[in-house]
Design a protein around this ligand. Structure first.
Ligand SMILES: *Cc1c(COP(=O)(O)O)cnc(C)c1O
Length: 332
């Protein structure tokens, strides 16, 4: 395996903690949480692991400006803005929508504090807006470097290959009773996290399941994306391997009202984790994944004999976004 250059950003390894009160509340299984919400960069999250390698790649190309795209409450954009600041680069964020539609709160407020320049798609497609922004920066001599949506290319996904190695090392030194979990469960969207984990699973010999709860995509779409990205990720580090989309475990049973639309299910999961474990989830990703996990336990799709690791991918700043205040607050 080739090792890719790395720009250190994250506090690693992230902790694995038991969720005893939540396990008891649900009547088993044995639940643990991996705290990638605490990766340490500007309130943390899963994108920080990807950005360690994306940033190193940008530097090797002599980049001076990072450009990426996302939703107004994108955690990926916030962490990219922070990474750019750490590396002494500028950052341009192409955000979907129009500024008048969004309150300046949560991740959006942090993007501004972190010094990112904000460009709104304002009627254009995301790809058009990105291309126009990139071309303009190029022509101005700003040495732009494009980081893909969600940081999900082979270089970004490589961060989660190492995250799997980190998990196996933690098990080796006795975390979770020295036994790997029967499955890891997490929110999956642009697919880089899951692709890295399944590629890492193969390299480091993890026997359990890697189950992504889809946030916004039908299962077959995400399975195809993850399978090809996992394959490209292995190829990028000189490892051969094929992934069949049907072997990629994805549930699309919890798409709810679509991307970024918080419903009752997410609200209940956020309150349950907060009130049993003091853990803060988010309205878009981890709240949805946690709701799926709880539902699968209650339905018996996940047996009470299992050990399950909930991989907390971050997103907590969105709790403070204006659009979620009404549903989240005021109802104890
Ligand atoms: C981006 C994100 C995800 C999804 O990760 P992907 O690699 O895009 O699938 C999950 N949770 C949070 C909090 C995120 O910000």
């Amino acid at each position: 395996m080739i090792k890719l250059p790395r720009f250190r950003l994250a506090h690693l390894p992230t902790a694995i903690e038991p969720m005893q009160r939540l396990s008891a509340h649900l009547g088993g299984p044995k639940l643990f949480v991996k705290r990638d919400d605490q990766t340490g960069l500007a309130l943390g999250g899963n994108k920080t692991r990807k950005l360690e390698f994306l940033l190193a790649e940008a530097q090797s190309h002599g980049a001076e400006t990072l450009i990426t795209a996302g939703a107004a409450q994108s955690n990926h954009c916030r962490q990219t803005a922070a990474a750019a600041a750490r590396a002494g680069m500028r950052c341009i964020l192409v955000l979907t929508g129009d500024p008048v539609e969004h309150e300046f709160s949560g991740n959006l407020l942090l993007d501004d504090i972190l010094g990112a320049e904000l460009v709104w798609t304002a009627g254009r497609s995301r790809d058009d807006a990105l291309r126009e922004t990139f071309d303009a920066a190029w022509e101005e001599g700003r040495r732009p470097y494009l980081i893909p949506y969600g940081g999900s290319n082979p270089t970004g996904a490589y961060g989660y290959v190492w995250a799997m190695q980190e998990l196996m090392t933690q098990v080796d030194v006795g975390v979770m009773g020295g036994r790997p979990p029967d499955r890891v469960v997490f929110a999956s969207s642009s697919g880089g996290t899951q692709a890295g984990l399944v590629a890492g699973r193969r390299i480091f010999g993890y026997q359990g399941q890697v189950l992504g709860i889809s946030v916004d995509e039908r299962a077959h779409v995400l399975q195809n994306r993850v399978a090809s990205l996992a394959e490209e990720t292995l190829a990028a580090i000189n490892e051969a391997g094929h992934f069949d989309p049907v072997d990629i475990l994805v549930s699309d049973a919890y798409l709810g009202g679509g991307y970024g639309v918080m419903g009752e299910r997410e609200r209940e999961a956020i309150q349950l984790f907060a009130q049993t474990e003091g853990l803060l989830l988010d309205p878009v990703y981890t709240g949805r994944a946690a709701a799926g996990l709880v539902d699968m336990i209650q339905k018996g799709d996940i047996s009470r004999e299992e050990t399950v690791l909930f991989w907390h991918t971050g997103g907590t700043p969105a709790v403070f976004a204006g659009e979620y205040q009404e549903l989240l607050g005021g109802r104890a």
